[in-house]
Design a binder for this molecule. Structure first.
Ligand code: NDP
Length: 267
């Protein structure tokens, strides 16, 4: 029970990496609010976790591109639990945003709209969730902010300028915030996964396969071959790193960006 009675908020906690983090934090004794747009999915998840016991998993609707919804979501957490120890800024979107006219992005694709959505979700949403939550973090050394960046916050990939810009931005945001919140005893770290087996990765594989003119299976085989450890990461592996950073073990670690990518990036 490494997080007994800590209060955590996980944005985008209904599937993929966010769900794995929320599940592990909950199992380690935390009260966990999960917040995303698809509230039905969150409610199903909460029903599973809350069976037969205390109601420590709270599903909340929140589109992180909407300042008003963030305010209401954080307000609900405070009304119920009175504090926030851990914020996991996990909500994120990806997609192609090629710069050159005519580059293939699929039928009906609009790179400009995609750019706005990616920056609004991955960067501005993170900033606003942090601004609303940080003021409710108590002193005493339990305050933690975990920001989902990516190995695409460390290097570029052609066609993914908006996503790479947002994830590089997350690392800069993390460093500045770590210094700003250090006097309050709150730590701030970024997680930089490589390919993680989730819906987002499946979409990335499908899009990559179309661009490369190969099957999704072949594209995935090539992607795995570029990872020194030769495989995609499981969401549960990201959750275990998040738990380490959120627990007392992580108390002196701040301003860092942690690669979790089978050795794809070494800086
Ligand atoms: P998924 O696409 O599986 O899940 C994304 C989550 O974000 C969903 O829960 C979704 O919920 C939520 N979300 C998206 N937009 C919004 C929004 N506007 N407001 C609130 N919630 C939103 O992705 P992953 O689990 O793979 O990714 C999680 C994080 O990890 C992201 O930040 C991603 O960039 C990062 N990452 C992922 C990698 C991968 O290979 N999978 C690699 C490196 C980083 P809903 O639709 O209900 O709103």
């Amino acid at each position: 029970m490494l997080l007994r009675d800590r209060v955590a908020v996980v944005t985008g906690g209904g599937r993929g990496i966010g769900k794995a983090i929320a599940t592990l934090f909950h199992a380690e004794g935390a009260k966990v609010a999960v917040a995303s747009r698809n509230v039905k999915g969150l409610q199903t998840f909460a029903l599973e976790r809350n069976q037969g016991g205390e109601h420590r998993l709270l599903p909340l609707r929140c589109d992180v591109t909407r300042a008003d919804e963030i305010e209401v979501m954080i307000g609900n957490v405070i009304e119920l639990w009175d504090r926030i120890d851990i914020l996991v800024n996990n909500a994120g979107v990806s997609g192609l945003t090629p710069i050159l006219p005519g580059a293939e992005t699929g039928p009906g694709a609009d790179p400009d709209r995609m750019w706005q959505e990616i920056i609004a979700t991955n960067l501005t949403g993170m900033y606003r969730c942090t601004r609303e939550a940080a003021r409710h973090m108590p002193g005493g050394g339990t305050g933690r902010i975990l920001n989902l960046s990516s190995v695409l916050g460390k290097f570029g990939v052609p066609g993914y300028a908006a996503y790479c810009a947002s994830k590089h931005g997350v690392i800069g945001f993390t460093k500045a915030l770590a210094l700003e919140l250090a006097p309050k005893g709150v730590t701030v770290n970024a997680l930089c996964p490589g390919w993680v087996d989730t819906e987002m990765a499946a979409q990335g594989v499908a899009a990559g396969a179309v661009r490369a003119g190969v099957s999704p299976e072949e594209f995935r085989r090539r992607a795995e071959a570029q990872v020194p450890l030769g495989r995609f990461v499981a969401p549960e592996e990201v959750a275990r790193l998040a738990l380490f950073l959120a627990s007392d073990a992580g108390a002196s670690i701040t301003g860092q960006s942690w690669n979790l990518d089978g050795g794809a990036a070494m800086w």
